[in-house]
Design a protein around this ligand. Structure first.
Ligand code: ADP
Length: 628
């Protein structure tokens, strides 16, 4: 039994191919985690890194509380089951199962107990004397499972274990492996390219594409709230329908306008998380609806389509159609005009029928046509709020408040501008107030819908805030973007200070020994770091590490102003940025510029800064990769 933690794991193969990028997940004890994605997305590589069969380029892998990056596979207390079974053909089932234990010099008596117990669980007690070739695929896969089982591992890793089996056996083995997981109470990590296996077996699923994690969630959350178009299309059969559309808000409705001019209306309340900028009718939006969430009628509202094929599967049917009412000849260009509907009763539907498809408004999905990211994130990424300038004040959300000097400088002489406000930048305060129309629990957060005219401002609020309350709040000004007529004039200040530097080692005499010390060097500032960090950088980049440039990132709050007697980086203060509630000094040092937080009275033109090496994250500048 064990929990696992993968923290910023990367795999770069020797030929330079980056197979896994920044993979992080906390896996609780006894979870059944499935890695799913198309061939080549990095699933097996990740699994093999967990098993210890592949080195980890960067990142930390913990099993329980132990860092195991450099631990031998046999010491990791992990058992792996492969697609190919990998049974020894000349050995009996019993010997195959006992082999690993004998290698560990386990007493024969205990080996026998363990093999018999596993054989019983897997229902292969009657085959123990057979050789693998005298067994069916399903039985062989059970032996492969048995060989893992007898080791009583903390973690089971399974790499496409069912892909050599026929469809019927696969379905049966799915159930058996799920039952095995339940009875063993052990952590399982299972790799498959088959979304049905993922959906039916996983307690949580990691969807991957081209080496990047797309979404980690429960099967139902992936199905109901896919983060992007890729996940939406990958999970669910038949696949979700996608259409190029534009959206137009009309009162309490949002009209979805298809390329052929057809329209479908959905209540604004169901899609109010979509940002206003998509609702003006001029931005391309990908509309998604699952085949099972469409109802069909012979006359009436919705998308007109002509039936091109009907697949009757017994309990339900799949109707294929083409938008419009002409069959014509099918060309590949028609793809975006195709519609697939899943329904129970198709007895009165024939090829050539002209029908109307009506999406269930509470099951619709919308994606940005370019980024393919959902427009209905559980927590909307930002609100856009109009502001008008009068002298040193601004009016926003019906309140007149001080205009921060940094905003005033950025907008030039403009008398109107927009504040781009992430929900997390809205905090209790006295500047603004809006009524709380609704509160939604999103994971560990509470998302408030604050009524603002005919739409909402989204904010994260504490436990004490209730629906119907008037919420009083302010903005953390430094976390906002500012735009004038949609053009960005000021970027939010991120939480980190980033500095480029090099890495060095010195051998110093300590008593009778010479001991290696490692340093992050930024200009004249040499910051000693722990031997662990030093060895990590060294193991990733080899001796070249002393030639490369690294990016050192530190949380801004961890940067201290220090006196001349402490090691530090000397800089010139070139400007101040005043956000009202918080003030920054722009510092130039070692030819680089960065912002530090200063108190309101700070006025010096020189400053010396320092930070602790434990607070520094190190990034490679050659490949986009966090090293430690
Ligand atoms: P999956 O299991 O999702 O099918 P893999 O993890 O096997 O994908 O592979 C991920 C990517 O890494 C693929 O593009 C594959 O070609 C590449 N790859 C796998 N092994 C190696 C290797 N030893 N050297 C270089 N590239 C590799």
């Amino acid at each position: 039994m064990a929990n696992l933690k993968l923290s910023h794991i990367y795999k770069v193969y020797e030929n330079g191919h980056k197979a896994v990028n920044d993979f992080s997940i906390d896996i609780a004890d006894r979870e059944f985690i499935v890695f799913v994605g198309p061939s080549g997305c990095g699933k097996s590589t990740t699994l093999r890194m967990i098993a210890g069969l592949e080195t980890i380029t960067a990142g930390d892998l913990l099993i329980g509380d132990t860092l195991v990056n450099d631990m031998e596979p046999k010491d990791r207390d992990i058992a792996m089951v492969f697609q190919s079974y990998a049974l020894y053909p000349h050995m009996t089932v019993y010997e195959n199962m006992a082999f690993g234990l004998r290698n560990r010099k386990m007493p024969e008596k205990e080996i026998k107990e363990r093999v018999m117990k596993a054989a019983k669980i897997l229902d292969i007690e009657d085959y123990l004397d057979r050789k693998p070739k005298a067994m069916s695929g399903g039985q062989r896969q059970r032996v492969a499972l048995g060989r893992a089982l007898v080791r009583d591992p903390k973690v089971f890793l399974l790499d496409e274990p069912l892909s050599n089996l026929d469809a019927k056996l696969r379905a049966a083995m799915r159930t058996e492996i799920t039952a095995l997981h339940k009875s063993l109470n052990t952590t399982f990590i299972y790799v498959t390219h088959d979304q049905v296996e993922a959906m039916t077996m996983g307690t949580r699923i990691v969807v991957m594409k081209l080496g990047y994690v797309q979404q980690i969630d429960t099967p139902m959350n992936l199905y109901n709230e896919p983060y992007n178009k890729f996940v939406a299309g990958f999970i669910g059969t038949p696949q979700m329908n996608f259409f190029d559309t534009t959206l137009k808000r009309e009162g309490d409705k949002v009209i979805v306008i298809f390329q052929n001019g057809d329209k479908v209306a959905v209540p604004y309340e169901d899609v109010s998380k979509i940002h206003n900028r998509y609702l003006g009718g001029d931005v391309k939006v990908t509309f998604g609806i699952r085949p099972e969430h469409i109802s069909v009628s012979k006359e009436g509202k919705g998308l007109k389509f002509i039936v091109t094929n009907v697949e009757r599967l017994g309990s339900d049917s799949i109707i294929y159609g083409k938008l419009g009412d002409h069959l014509g000849e099918f060309t590949m260009k028609d793809e975006g005009n195709m519609i697939v509907v899943k329904m129970n009763d198709s007895s009165n539907i024939e090829v050539g029928d002209v029908l109307y498809a009506e999406p269930n408004p509470s099951k619709v999905h919308f994606f940005d046509a370019e980024t393919e990211i959902t427009l209905m994130s559980k927590i909307p990424p930002f609100n856009t709020i109009e502001a008008a300038v009068s002298g040193d004040s601004m009016t926003a959300l019906g309140k007149k408040v001080a205009l921060p000097a940094a905003f005033k400088a950025a907008i030039g002489g403009a008398d109107r501008f927009e504040l781009v406000v992430p929900p997390r930048a809205i905090v209790p305060g006295n500047d603004f107030e809006l009524k709380v129309a609704r509160i939604e629990k999103v994971d560990n957060d509470r998302l408030a819908y604050l009524r603002n005219g005919d739409s909402y401002v989204f904010a994260l609020v504490g436990e004490s805030v209730r629906e119907g309350d008037t919420y009083q709040f302010a903005f953390e000004n430094e976390k906002l973007n500012v735009t004038v007529g949609g053009e960005e004039v000021l970027k939010a200040i991120d939480d980190e200070v980033s500095l480029l530097g090099t890495f060095s080692k010195k051998e110093l005499k300590e008593g009778h020994d010479r001991v290696l010390h490692f340093f992050y060097d930024i200009g004249e500032y040499s910051l000693e770091t722990s031997p662990e960090q030093g060895y990590k950088i060294n193991s990733i980049d080899g001796d070249n590490c002393y030639k490369y440039t690294y990016r050192y990132a530190v949380n801004r709050n961890a940067v201290r102003i220090v006196g001349d007697d402490e090691p530090g980086l000397n800089g010139r203060v070139v400007a101040f940025c005043d956000y009202g509630n918080i003030r920054f000094a722009k510092v130039e040092a070692d030819g680089q510029e960065f912002l530090i937080t200063v108190d309101p009275k700070f006025a010096a033109d020189k400053v010396r800064v320092a930070f602790n090496s434990e607070d520094v994250s190190v990034y490679s500048t050659r490949i986009d990769m966090k090293i430690c």
